[in-house]
Write a protein that binds this ligand. Structure first.
Ligand code: S3P
Length: 429
């Protein structure tokens, strides 16, 4: 994909449905009794992998019934899943792999889980350790704590787990196993990660409590089907927010964006950097806060970020790094070592991409130091097939001089298949 600089960005956009919430709507809908009706479901490769896995276990899922993103999940109840009719393939999706492992650990059948070459390198020990402490029989086929996994379902015991990482995937995997355990299960995180599981699973009727950074769950007899309206994904909105901030004379209205406080760190960081972002019409949608965002070109200054705010913007850090490269002064990202175990090593890959464009970036063990304000130029940038790197580089491409080539650009299909079309539509050349 080749992209040229934009003279501005203008217009309105509704970004696709939230990826985290879309995954959970299929999973919890499959485990509930009755038909869960979803609107705004994200039709992208990761979430389609979740649908494929549950179909293999007998769940009937009807996609795009009345309109795109309208999905019906005919749940089989907590104990109604069938032994899969083949290996479960999670594609590139870490959320599918980690959350489904918690569910599979408690079934009365054995399942095998695999995925593409990228996910086969990502760490699964983080869920294998706590699930094993609950009694799960979960083994990595190659003995390297990565996919493929074989999971022999069995009876689980409730446990308390002190997680060394703030990860909603780890937390959710344990909580889902806890639905089936013989007593209370709880997880404490170093700082709070996204809480979509807590919100949605409670709506389905699970008995969950949150106290500070600890979430506990009691075993459930039954979950009840829900109607879910998936808000737009703030992680997808992040690209248009950033593109509007760094291009001249921009004004873009992004409608229906999820602004859950465990996800909206980017808004707070950009505010510190001097961004003109107005939150309009705040409201609730299926238990999640939502708003429209009006974004205008801004003169940004560097800032420092770290600690508890990092999990609230973990997926946005690559594009925040782009904004930092266009800001005046130095930006420091710390406490973000988790970036190294995402779809790519996002510290290394983003540093390489921005450096190729002429930015001054130093990678660190747990983040990056970006000295902003350099004149950037187009380049051929490696994405390592990481969708968020591709979209971040596409945003940078609008505000540099000359042409940029995004390699493996089609990897955006993972979370946002229409991304380039939507970006083009807003771009004033
Ligand atoms: C996700 C949690 C995050 C995030 C991922 C989706 C989820 O991962 O990076 O894109 O849906 O729970 P971690 O919680 O492991 O950081």
């Amino acid at each position: 994909m080749r992209l040229n600089p934009a003279s501005s960005l203008r217009g309105e956009i509704t970004v696709p449905g939230d990826k985290s919430i879309s995954h959970r709507s299929i999973m919890f809908g499959s485990l509930a009794k009755g038909t869960t009706e979803i609107d705004g479901f994200l039709n992208a490769a990761d979430c389609l992998s979740t649908i494929a896995c549950f179909r293999r276990m007998g769940v009937r899922v009807e996609e795009n019934v009345l309109r795109p993103g309208h999905v019906l999940v005919h749940g089989l109840g907590l104990r109604g899943l069938h032994a899969p009719d083949g290996i479960l393939d999670v594609g590139d999706s870490g959320t599918t792999a980690r959350l489904i492992s918690g569910i599979l650990s408690a079934q009365n059948f054995t399942s095998r889980l695999t995925g593409d070459e990228l996910i086969q390198k990502r760490p699964m020990k983080r869920i294998m350790t706590p699930l094993s402490a609950m009694g799960a029989r979960i083994a990595s086929d190659r003995g390297n704590d990565c996919l493929p996994l074989t999971i022999e379902g069995c009876r689980l015991r409730g446990t308390h787990y002190d997680s060394p990482v703030a990860s909603a995937q780890v937390k959710s995997s344990i909580l889902l196993a806890g639905l089936y355990a013989d007593g209370e299960t709880s997880v404490t995180e170093p700082t709070v990660s996204r809480d979509h599981t807590e919100r949605m699973l409670s709506a389905f009727g699970a008995d969950l409590q949150t106290a500070g950074t600890t979430v506990s769950i009691r075993p459930a007899d039954e979950l009840h089907a829900q109607k879910i309206l998936v808000p737009g994904d703030i992680s997808s909105a992040a690209y248009f927010i950033t593109a509007s901030l760094i291009t001249p004379n921009a004004e873009v209205l992004i409608r229906n964006v999820g602004i859950n406080p465990t996800r909206d760190g980017i808004l707070r960081v950009y505010k510190r950097m001097g961004a003109h972002i107005t939150v309009l019409n705040p409201r609730e949608s299926s238990g999640e806060p939502v708003a429209d965002l009006l974004v205008r070109s801004s003169h940004l200054s560097g800032t420092e970020m770290g600690g508890a705010e990092i999990p609230t913007m973990i997926d946005e850090l690559p594009v925040i790094a782009v904004a930092a490269a266009f800001a005046e002064g130095t930006t420091v990202i710390r406490d973000a070592a988790e970036l190294k175990v995402k779809e790519s090593d996002r510290i290394a890959v983003m540093t390489a991409a921005l450096t190729a464009m002429g930015a001054d970036v130093t990678p660190t063990d747990d983040g990056m130091i970006i000295r902003g304000g350099k004149m950037l130029h187009g380049a051929a940038v490696e994405t390592r097939k990481d969708h968020r790197i591709a979209m971040s580089c596409a945003v940078a491409a609008l505000a540099v001089s000359g042409e940029t080539e995004i390699l493996d650009a089609e990897c955006v299909d993972i979370s946002y298949p229409e991304f380039y079309r939507d970006l083009k539509r807003l771009t004033v050349q």
